[in-house]
Design a protein around this ligand. Structure first.
Ligand code: FE
Ligand code: FE
Ligand code: ZN
Length: 292
């Protein structure tokens, strides 16, 4: 299984991210190139990148499974303020060039918020933006399935399909499933196979390049988007294990974005739960023990 979590991208850049991932027992990871809430970015240091490549090779992390996540402030769906739409486009493009310097192949983005705009026009704006951004030798963009909080776009198979149908270079755009978002958007993860066959019919499973594996603090269809630790939410451990071990998604990187427990990252112990297919009901106590 290709499994990891989201990790920091600090002064050691990709090397630091890889070290954190290895400390969790992960064989992949997802990072932000800077704070997800702002657009302040430092230059990529080629020495650190080369060190990261060597470190990853030694520790069993294949660069082709590493994922980047775009900052939240990008909104491709609404262009009432043409300036901010253009800013989102140029910033995302810059981020793609930055991760290309590190040979990272995928950038997950939230498709965007329609705000006061009707949804069809919002989907069209997203596709127009993507057609603006995509270049043959830039990394792929992965559209994340969203929970339907506020005016989020990409909240069901049909909206994602609609965007993809308007994209010119289809080989450069894929999908990132998020189990918490799916649950909150109205999908029952206990019937994940039904969802997958519908997805396969409408879009095609070969378009899935990443899965965010999170439990949810809220019931199905709540449109909330609050992540929970594996087995500590409404989706439940067994249903998440079925997603993680689904043979149809075997080669797709799985990324945990579950919340820290107090001051501790849960990922090492959650990855252990996954490897042993066994729920740990003492996550908090065991983390205190582990990191004391
Ligand atoms: Fe996301
Ligand atoms: Fe996510
Ligand atoms: Zn989320």
């Amino acid at each position: 299984m290709i499994i990891g979590s989201h990790v920091n991208f600090n002064t050691e850049q990709l090397l630091g991210s890889a070290k954190t991932a290895v400390s969790y027992g992960a064989n992949t990871f997802m990072f932000y190139t800077g704070a997800p809430q702002n657009t302040i970015r430092k230059d990529i240091d080629p020495n650190l990148t080369n060190e990261a490549f060597m470190y990853m090779k030694k520790n069993g992390i294949d660069l082709k499974n590493v994922i980047c996540h775009a900052p939240y402030i990008i909104n491709l769906a609404n262009r009432e303020k043409e300036d901010s739409w253009n800013f989102s486009i140029s910033f995302l493009k810059k981020e793609l060039y930055r991760i290309k310097e590190m040979q990272v192949g995928y950038m997950v983005i939230h498709p965007g918020n329609a705000l006061k705009l009707d949804r069809m026009s919002a989907l069209q704006n997203i596709a127009d933006a993507l057609n603006n951004i995509i270049e043959d030798d830039l990394p792929m963009i992965l559209l994340e399935t969203m929970a339907g909080k506020g005016t989020e776009c990409g909240i069901n198979i049909y909206e994602l399909k609609e965007i993809l149908s308007k994209v010119e270079k289809k080989e450069k755009v894929g999908i990132c499933l998020d189990t918490c978002h799916l649950n909150d958007s109205g999908i029952d993860i206990a019937k994940f196979d039904d969802y997958l066959s519908e997805f396969d019919q409408e879009i095609g499973l070969e378009h899935i390049f990443c899965i965010h594996v999170n439990d949810s603090k809220n019931p199905i269809g709540s449109h909330k988007d609050r992540h929970a630790n594996l087995g500590y939410g409404t989706i439940g451990f067994d249903n998440l294990i079925n997603v993680l071990y689904n043979p149809k998604l075997k080669d797709v990187p799985k990324i945990l974005e579950t919340p820290w427990v107090g001051e501790y990252p849960p990922y090492k112990l959650e990855i252990e739960m996954i490897k042993h297919k066994k729920f740990n009901p003492n996550l908090e106590t065991d983390l205190k023990e582990l990191y004391k």
